[in-house]
Design a protein around this ligand. Structure first.
Ligand code: ZN
Length: 476
C-alpha cells in the first residue's frame, strides 16, 4: 500500500525534502544567496530555508528496527552449528546460500549488484555525479566456528538498512554509495585474515600466494572458490584489485567486541585508529635429557628459554610506555612434554599490536634481540625466529571522523572516540581509501562466541549514524 497524504501534508512533509535533497535544491539556492529565490521557496514550502538543512534531514531518518532484527535472525540460521552458535566458513554451502540472501536484500533495496572473482559483493546506488569517487560501507558475514550473530553481520545488513533509511527519507546521493560484502574476514579456512579486503586493496603478495594456498583438507583456494561459483576460468586474481582513489571514503559499522561503550553507557564509538598485529613464531632447541640425571649446570633447557622470552615480551611491551602497545604469548609448546624430561624443543607464538607501527616494530626488534641473547646464555639454538605477518596499523581519516561526530550531534546520540584493538576489513581499505569506523556496544564485550549480543536499539543508532554519515560524505 502506498502512503496517502493530503495536499497540506504533502506540502509540509514532502516538499522540504525535495528542496533539500535534489541536486537543484535549497542547498544550491543557499549558495546562490538570491534573496528572491529564497523568499519564494520559503513561502512555498512553509519552512525557513536558512535553517540548517540537516535538521530536517536527521529528523526524517527512521530505521526499520523490526525488519533489521528479523534479518539478523534469519541470517544466523545459515550456519553449520546449532543455534545460538553460528559457524559459516568461506565457500561452504551455507556461505553460498547466505551470499544469495544478501544479494537479494541488496536487489530489494534497489542497488545494482556485482561480484568480483573471489566473491567480494558490491551493491551500488548511483549518485547524480557518479563520475566522482564513491562512498563505500560494508563488512563481512563469515563466522568462525561456534561464534555469534553480530560480528560483521551488523555492518552488512545495517548498511543495507542505512541505504533504505536514506531512500525513505527522499535523499539523493551525489557521489555513488557502495555496500561491500568482503570475502573471508576470518582466517578460518585458509589461514588468511581479511582475505577479500586485502586482495581488493591490491596485495600482490596475496594474489601470488592464493595460487598455491590450500585448506586443512588440501583443497586449493581456487578449487574452493570455483565450487562456490567464483574464479571460473581464471587463475589471475589481480582483476580483484581496486585502484587507489576509486573510493572517496569507506566507513564500516561494527560491534565493539570490547566492553568500554557498554560500561560507560555510551551509544557510539567513533574509531580514530586501528591497531594491527604482528605475529612471530619462535623455536628453541636444546639437548633435553633425564629430569633427574642431568644436573643443573649441565642443562640447556629449551623450555626455560621460552619462559624467559615470554617474560621478555612483557618487559619490552611495557617499556614502550604506551597503553596502546600490547603483547601476548598465546602459544607455548614444550617437547617432549613429559614431567621427567627436560624440554629439548620449545615453540612460541607471539602476537604484538599497536596503533603506532614504528613503536610496534621496535618491540619486535627487542624481542628478536632477547631471543638471540637468551639462546646464547642458555646454550640452546634459536632454530627459528619468523615474522609471520606485520601489517601496518591504520589511522582513521580526519574528515570522516568529523562527519561522524557531526552526525552524532545532529542525531543526539552519545559518542566517544576510541581505538579499535581488533582489526577489520577497514584496516586494508585504508590502503586505498580514507577510512572510518563506527562501533556500537555489545554485551560484556563478548564476541566470537554464541553469547555475542547487541541490542536492536544500539544497532538502530549505529545504522542511523551510518546513514547520516554516508549522506554527508556523499554530498561532499
Ligand atoms: Zn568482524
Amino acid at each position: 500500500m502506498y502512503p496517502r497524504f493530503s495536499l497540506s501534508q504533502f506540502l509540509s512533509r514532502i516538499l522540504p525534502l525535495l528542496f533539500l535533497f535534489s541536486p537543484t535544491s535549497a542547498q544550491l539556492a543557499q549558495n546562490n544567496e538570491d534573496p528572491t529565490t529564497i523568499n519564494t521557496m520559503e513561502e512555498f514550502s512553509g519552512y525557513p530555508i536558512h535553517e540548517p538543512p540537516h535538521s530536517f534531514f536527521s529528523n526524517s531518518l527512521s530505521v526499520d528496527a523490526q525488519t533489521l532484527q528479523k534479518q539478523i535472525g534469519e541470517l544466523s540460521t545459515f550456519s553449520d552449528s546449532p543455534a545460538p552458535s553460528v559457524t559459516r566458513i568461506l565457500y561452504t554451502d551455507k556461505d553460498v546460500l547466505v551470499r544469495r540472501y544478501v544479494k537479494n536484500l541488496m536487489g530489494l533495496a534497489g542497488l545494482s549488484v556485482r561480484e568480483d572473482a573471489i566473491g567480494n559483493i558490491f551493491g551500488r546506488w548511483d549518485g547524480y555525479e557518479s563520475e566522482l569517487g564513491a562512498v563505500a560501507t560494508g563488512s563481512h558475514i563469515d563466522a568462525i566456528p561456534y561464534s555469534g550473530k553480530y560480528d560483521g553481520v551488523v555492518g552488512v545488513l545495517g548498511a543495507i538498512e542505512a541505504i533504505n533509511v536514506l531512500k525513505r527519507s527522499g535523499f539523493t546521493p551525489k557521489r555513488s554509495l557502495d555496500i561491500i560484502l568482503f570475502t573471508s574476514e576470518e582466517p578460518t579456512r585458509f589461514g588468511i585474515s581479511c582475505l577479500g579486503s586485502r586482495l581488493l586493496a591490491g596485495s600482490g603478495a596475496l594474489e601470488k600466494a592464493l595460487k598455491t594456498t590450500v585448506d586443512g583438507q588440501n583443497i586449493s583456494f581456487l578449487d574452493a572458490a570455483r565450487s562456490a561459483g567464483y574464479a571460473i576460468g581464471q587463475d589471475d586474481l589481480s582483476n580483484v584489485f581496486i585502484k587507489k582513489g576509486s573510493y572517496y571514503a569507506f566507513v564500516e559499522l561494527h560491534i565493539e567486541q570490547g566492553s568500554i561503550l557498554e560500561e560507560r553507557g555510551i551509544s557510539i564509538g567513533i574509531v580514530t585508529a586501528i591497531a594491527a598485529p604482528a605475529s612471530i613464531k619462535v623455536d628453541f632447541e636444546g639437548n633435553g635429557g633425564h629430569a633427574g640425571a642431568v644436573l643443573m649446570p649441565n642443562r640447556n633447557d629449551a623450555g626455560l628459554a621460552a619462559a624467559e622470552l615470554a617474560l621478555a615480551v612483557e618487559k619490552h611491551v611495557l617499556e614502550s610506555g604506551s597503553i596502546d602497545t600490547v603483547g601476548t604469548v598465546g602459544i607455548l609448546d614444550l617437547h617432549p612434554g613429559a614431567i621427567n624430561s627436560i624440554p629439548s624443543k620449545s615453540h612460541l607464538e607471539i602476537d604484538t599490536r599497536d596503533i603506532d607501527e614504528k613503536r610496534r616494530n621496535i618491540v619486535i626488534e627487542k624481542i628478536h634481540q632477547s631471543a638471540v641473547t637468551i639462546a646464547k646464555n642458555r646454550g640452546v639454538e634459536l632454530s627459528e625466529f619468523k615474522i609471520i605477518n606485520q601489517d601496518p596499523p591504520a589511522q582513521c581519516d580526519k574528515s570522516i571522523i568529523e562527519a561522524m561526530e557531526a552526525a552524532s550531534k545532529e542525531l543526539n546520540i552519545s559518542h566517544k572516540s576510541m581505538i579499535s584493538r581488533a582489526y577489520h576489513d577497514s584496516l586494508f581499505m585504508a590502503r586505498i581509501s580514507p577510512m572510518g569506523m563506527i562501533f556500537i556496544p555489545c554485551y560484556k564485550g563478548y564476541s566470537h562466541k554464541p553469547e555475542e549480543f547487541a541490542s536492536i536499539e544500539d544497532i538502530a543508532n549505529g545504522v542511523k549514524l551510518l546513514a547520516l554519515t554516508l549522506a554527508k560524505l556523499s554530498l561532499q
